[in-house]
Design a binder for this molecule. Sequence first.
Ligand SMILES: [Zn+2]
Length: 327
Amino acid sequence: MTSSAGAGSARRDPFSIAGTAVPAGTRKKFEIPIANLMSGTPVSLPILVLHGREPGPTLWMTAAIHGDELCGVEIIRRVLDAVRPETMSGTIVAVPIVNVHGFNTGSRYLPDRRDLNRSFPGSLRGSLASRIAKLLMTEVIELCDVGIDFHTGSDQRENLPQIRADLDDPKTAALARVFAPPVAIHSRVRDGSLRQAATDVGSTVLLFEGGEALRFSESAIRAGATGALRVLNHLGMFKGTFPPTSPVLISRSSSWIRATRSGILHLDSDLGDHVAAGDTIATIHDPFGQRLGVVTTRRPGLVIGSTHSPLVNRGDAIVHIADIASD
Ligand SMILES: [Zn+2]
């Protein structure tokens, strides 16, 4: 159906999604029903579409697929605040809270403890997680060309802003560099993840990690929002000006350093530190201050994650170090 918009200007067709039509040059918020709560209250997936006046790529953004990972919700809010459908090209489909149940209860998981990000591509006859995954795939992801999924650290661990993506795929690697995080980490797709399922249906996918669960981390939020706007700018969807960036560090492997003793942890390293082999990154004491041991690095690298827990058991992961490739 076409309508004449006066003065002979041909209007772009509306964007059709989940039975809703979004006219060109507008934004529209709507919800896709998921299932009722046990009390009978309906639960639905909130979605916002910005359908640009001009044609271009279709990009999805998702956050809180782990319900306690809140930074991405704020990142998406800031991106949507910066972009005007009247002046943009292409279409943005934003799903800022994928795991609505976990978001409302401060939980990473769904009520049955299933991890939504291990439940893709999902099935309408499966568990609640599997049904939400299937709904997201058919109603959102399959309509799009490019996607960004926003995550944070979990279990009291904070992550340096970083992109995790298949850097062996030239298109994905190029987009990871455009995003300009401090570091991009090569990571093969993970079984059952949104990233894998979206890649399988033809999306180019970036996964952003930054900050910690249940908190807003301003540096991670800023890195995520600026990175997403850089991607939109690169794809010709949005016109922005950005300060120049330093070259993106590339990592092809990473490992966690573990506590050598049980006790009270004092970190001697910060996110973003470059460490050398043999550096002390943490000290472990008993409750009276007696030093029980030091934790040292085995290889040089970049600190991309660390625990915020002051208490550790021997073997707990405390600092995550990425090997930095010379490229
Ligand atoms: Zn996550």
